[in-house]
Design a protein around this ligand. Structure first.
Ligand code: AMP
Ligand code: ZN
Length: 471
């Protein structure tokens, strides 16, 4: 029996999918206006382990993720500037260039952390017709209204809006939190925008025709539509970080269930935050640490994955370099012990022992994805009085879920890090060439300086740009 904590009921429950043996799973993807920080990536690591655990126990999983490349304003409550536009302005690039660059960077980080790419990845800007269709449906059914030329969802039409409970009304007051004006078009405080044709910032880069005029979608509509497009009207598990519970997931449920007329998703999986001493790590606060920075500091990204797996996804995790260093030494020791098993006498595989330890491992991951217990099973296997070949078979099998490269020799990983470096430098060189072409020499120089600060020297030659790593 696979058990999972469901934020909707506040309980650990037996997981029963809608269709036997199959799981439809949705993950809120990144807003691609900046690098993902290691807090965001904690969420993606835990969701990756959930997906792989479900597959490990025999489910056929289809997982979908969106990429937010339009519509997410600086405040989750429809106020402030579009985050993508802000990113584009900061870097003197177009919104689509920003989206493309940071989407690639995100998947580069995921690869370094052994996070599997979901079966379907869909950028919001691909699905405008689907958004329009759902908004039309909500208007027809009386769940939405037009005001000040925007379309809003009317939360007063619902018998229960706060489906996750526990929301402190005072904390939610728009304006107090972000020092911004309340949107007077809204009939109710928590109504949210489905489609903007008018807002305080007219410079929105991406706009589309709609029955209500040229405009762009609000943030929440994308996950409802992209989820339904690929998974149909019934979703088994929806994931995100705890900050997504309100308003994002609350609003997703409001609009989805009003549109389809029945319950949409049964299990809501939320990962708690990675904090540092100053609080939640957040892109907008700027206290962020990225995988690239960790790598530059000499950390193997998988040591960070190990650090995350040591604690439970439903507890806040405090980041400090001391804590990470402890994880690094434990991880190195574990890998050395695992690799030693592949040397010397292997013996034959003891099938009964394989079954016994696999059952223990399955019990750990089926208990609300208890990764620290799963790691304990790994240590038990290493110490057990069974043949090396049995141990190796078990560790290989467990590593499908854990993703720690327990049996991969160090050199192989080094090579893949070099591949990433190569891809990064080549991308920077291409960007510098573009900047030069556009006569933006300041930008071209800043790219060269950025590379130099990482010990990469580039030279313009007749054959093109060549580079070398000097330190
Ligand atoms: P964003 O790119 O800001 O839309 O966030 C991507 C994902 O990271 C969302 O699921 C957030 O809930 C999650 N997230 C944001 N900050 C943190 C954090 N400090 N720790 C863990 N997850 C986070
Ligand atoms: Zn979402």
């Amino acid at each position: 029996m696979f058990k999972i904590y469901n934020t909707l009921t506040g309980k650990v429950e037996e997981f029963v999918p809608h269709r036997e043996g199959k799981v439809s799973m949705y993950t809120c993807g990144p807003t691609v206006y900046h690098y993902a920080h290691i807090g965001n990536l904690r969420s993606y690591i835990c969701e990756d382990v959930l997906e792989k655990s479900l597959r490990y126990v025999g489910y056929d999983v289809k997982r979908v993720m969106n990429i937010t490349d339009v519509g997410h304003l600086s405040s989750d409550a429809d106020t402030g500037e579009d985050k993508m536009l802000k990113g584009a302005r900061r870097e003197h690039k177009s919104v689509m260039e920003i989206a493309d660059y940071y989407t690639k960077a995100f998947f580069g980080d995921c690869a370094a952390l052994n996070i599997k790419t979901p079966d379907v990845v869909e950028p919001a800007t691909n699905c405008i017709p689907e958004f329009i269709k759902m908004i039309e449906g909500l208007l027809e059914k009386g769940y939405a209204y037009k005001a000040g030329e925007n379309i809003y969802f009317d939360t007063s039409k619902l018998s229960e809006y706060y489906v996750f409970g526990n929301q402190n009304e005072d904390e939610l007051k728009v304006g107090v939190r972000d020092d911004v004006e309340e949107d007077t078009n809204k009939r109710n405080k928590n109504d949210f925008v489905l489609w903007f044709t008018r807002s305080k910032f007219e410079k929105q880069a991406l706009k589309w025709n709609s029955p209500w005029g040229v405009g762009y979608p609000g943030w929440h509509i994308e996950c409802s539509c992209i989820g339904m497009k690929h998974l149909g009207e019934y979703m088994d598990i929806h994931c995100g970080g705890v900050d997504n519970i309100f308003p994002h997931h609350t609003n997703e449920i409001a609009q989805s269930e009003s549109f389809i007329g029945h319950k949409w998703c049964n299990y809501w999986f939320h990962v708690h935050h990675l904090n540092d001493r100053s609080g939640k790590m957040s892109k907008s606060k700027g206290n962020i640490l990225t995988v690239t920075v960790l790598k530059e500091q000499g950390y193997n990204p998988l040591a960070y994955r190990f650090f995350c797996l040591q604690s439970h996804y439903r507890k806040p995790l405090e980041f400090s370099y001391d804590a990470l260093d402890n994880a690094v030494s434990a991880y190195d020791k574990l890998r050395k012990s695992a690799l030693r098993l592949t040397e010397g006498e292997q013996g034959s595989v003891d099938e009964a022992a394989v079954r016994e330890y696999k059952d223990k491992f399955i019990a750990a991951i089926s208990n609300d994805v208890n990764t620290s217990s799963a790691l304990t099973v790994v240590y038990e296997v290493i110490k057990a009085d069974i043949s090396n070949s049995t141990k190796v078979e078990l560790l290989k099998s467990f590593d499908y879920v854990l993703g720690l490269d327990l049996l991969k020799p160090e050199e192989e990983k080094e090579e893949s890090i070099d591949e990433e470096l190569k891809a990064y430098v080549e991308e920077m060189i291409a960007k510098r060439a573009e900047a030069k072409k556009a006569k933006d020499f300041a930008l071209a120089d800043s790219i060269r300086d950025e590379l130099a600060s990482k010990g990469i020297v580039i030279k313009d030659t007749r054959e093109g740009v060549v580079w070398e790593k000097t330190k």
